[in-house]
Design a protein around this ligand. Structure first.
Ligand code: PGA
Ligand code: ZN
Length: 435
């Protein structure tokens, strides 16, 4: 180990996320050859529509702050974790993460909390990068890190992020015809504005949902899809050619044991009828990607949908897979999806997240690095997407500081790469789950 990457101190503090809830931020301090401190800092997001197999986000419980305070996780970082990692090499991410996993000793980080372990795992990566004088993406991916991600950007927010006003959680656009990240953002800005104007004309503009997408004042789920197509057209783009649609159905929120209860439309469908309904949407609208179209307990439903549609649409597992390598392998064996959503806090260390991405790639799948609905201004996920060459990035809408911080970081990285930047457009989308 070089003395420059030896961990000298670990600090943690409570900060506040985009919903005004407590979360953790950690700092890992190294000292360079001249003894000057080098610090890496990272914070932890929080989901609202979580998969049941996610690693545990440790909260204090009780009544203060709705039980959401993180003093116990904070104490774990400054106590046990700091003790175990002081003197360790921040440049050895795999070694550090293995120590965190062993120290916790449970399958889902239920003892220390995945929020405690992730803050340290990610802050250590930042510290190691800083010690080398490199941006995080280059520390992670070296010279090969040139694939700028295709963004999935929310236009309407629904589901658990909008009081369940509609069942579908994210109505997003993907600028598949753009020639770079900057152009994809500019086109999305036009669509987001056009969507707001359409809602205002209908007297249906009521601010935004948790991730910044327009409030989904629709009579049916399908009306959201229709409005999105009209917004793409009104912004001057050809739907499906230049700008396509991506959905996150987040069906675990309303489906269980093979039954799907649509709150908005007041009906309950059995799995087969629900799949027929989804396939109808895929036929009638230019959808190129659909996330969690079935519930997390319905691998068979995923496989059925993939057999019917997997060659023409990206099928993404979020709650189904919770960024877990073993679950990715099991789903791949069934042909149940063709893309993994990668959320660092679903597992709690960078190395475990990387293992899930490696498993997906080995299966020929695509990947999307994703934010959570409760976010901070931390932009690490943009560096993960670029550094690991994942190809796609999902951050929520084109509004609100915690979202724009990430989109704007992507612009900086694309510009820094200059002529070396590659933007692969639609070719990064997953295909053919069922072979
Ligand atoms: P969450 O949802 O961050 O609120 O859990 C985001 C998603 O389902 O992708
Ligand atoms: Zn999701």
């Amino acid at each position: 180990m070089s003395a420059a990457t030896r961990i000298r101190a670990i600090h943690a503090r409570r900060i506040w996320d985009s919903r005004g809830r407590p979360t953790l931020e950690a700092e890992v301090v190294l000292a360079d050859a001249a003894g000057v401190a080098v610090t890496g800092r990272a914070s932890v997001p929080a989901g609202a529509s979580r998969g049941t197999r996610e690693a545990l986000e440790l909260r204090d419980g009780g009544t203060r702050l709705g039980g959401l305070d993180v003093q116990r996780a904070l104490a774990h970082v400054e106590g046990e974790i700091a003790q175990a990692l002081l003197g360790a090499d921040a440049a050895d991410q795999a070694g550090l993460d293995a120590r965190l996993v062993a120290l916790d000793g449970t399958p889902a980080k239920t003892r220390l909390g995945a929020n405690a372990t992730l803050a340290v795992s990610l802050a250590a990566a930042h510290a190691a990068a800083a010690a080398q004088g490199l941006p995080l993406y280059r520390w992670l991916g070296g010279d090969a890190a040139t694939l700028v991600p295709l963004p999935q950007i929310q236009i309407f927010g629904g589901g658990a992020h909008a009081g369940r006003r509609v069942d579908i959680q994210d109505f997003m656009v993907v600028a598949t015809g753009a020639c770079g990240f900057a152009q994809a953002l500019e086109w999305t800005a036009e669509v987001y504005r056009a969507a707001g104007a359409l809602m205002a004309e209908r007297g249906a503009l009521h601010g935004v949902a948790d991730e910044g997408g327009w409030w989904p004042d629709f009579a049916t789920n399908e009306q959201g899809l229709e409005t999105l197509v009209r917004a793409i057209e009104r912004a001057g783009f050809v739907p499906g050619e230049q700008v396509a649609i991506a959905l996150d159905v987040a069906a675990s929120e309303f489906g269980r044991a093979g039954r799907y209860r649509l709150g908005l439309e007041r009906r309950e469908l059995a799995r087969d009828a629900w799949i027929e309904l989804v396939l109808g949407w895929l036929d009638r609208y230019p959808v190129v990607s659909i996330e969690d179209p079935l519930a997390e307990d319905d691998l068979e439903g995923f496989a059925q949908l993939a057999r019917a549609a997997g060659a023409r649409v990206q099928i993404v597992g979020d709650d189904l897979l919770v960024s877990d390598a073993a679950l990715v392998r099991a789903a791949a064996a069934r042909g149940a999806a063709n893309c993994v959503l990668l959320k660092p806090n679903q597992r709690g260390t960078l190395s475990e997240l990387r293992t899930a991405w490696d498993a997906a790639r080995a299966a020929g799948w695509a990947g999307i690095v994703s934010a959570r609905s409760g976010e901070t201004e931390d932009t690490s996920i943009v560096h993960l997407a670029l550094g690991w060459g994942v190809g796609q990035l999902k951050v929520g809408a084109f509004a609100r500081g915690e979202r724009m911080a990430k989109w704007n970081e992507g612009l900086r990285l694309e510009q820094a790469l200059g002529a070396r930047a590659r933007f692969a457009g639609r070719s990064v989308l997953g295909r053919s789950a069922a072979g």
